[in-house]
Design a protein. Sequence first.
Length: 122
Amino acid sequence: MQKIELGEVQERFANIIWELEPIKSMELMKICKERLEWNKSTTFTVLRKLCEKGLFKNENGVVTSLMSKEEFAGIKSRQFVQEHFKGSLPAFLAAFVSDKTVSEKEADEIRSMIDDYKKSLN
């Protein structure tokens, strides 16, 4: 499983890119100065690190994602289940529903997702 770790600040920066992409790197620098109070070198250092992690690319001065926000969230979710529930989705769901916070509608949606998954296996 691909593992990607981002700190809170890196994740805020990534969210800016996902919100505005494609974005010119100089425009990104200006936005980071306004929103994060970063200087130019901080912006480009963090951008380089996120490019090295495979999230984004900065090509010809234009920053775009190599991984969508949804794909990133999926990886983070799988990492969480792996780290906290030994990879067991049933154990995660049991912990999640232990206080009975899942509505009937949500339970139906989960059942439907499982049914769709089973159909895709055949």
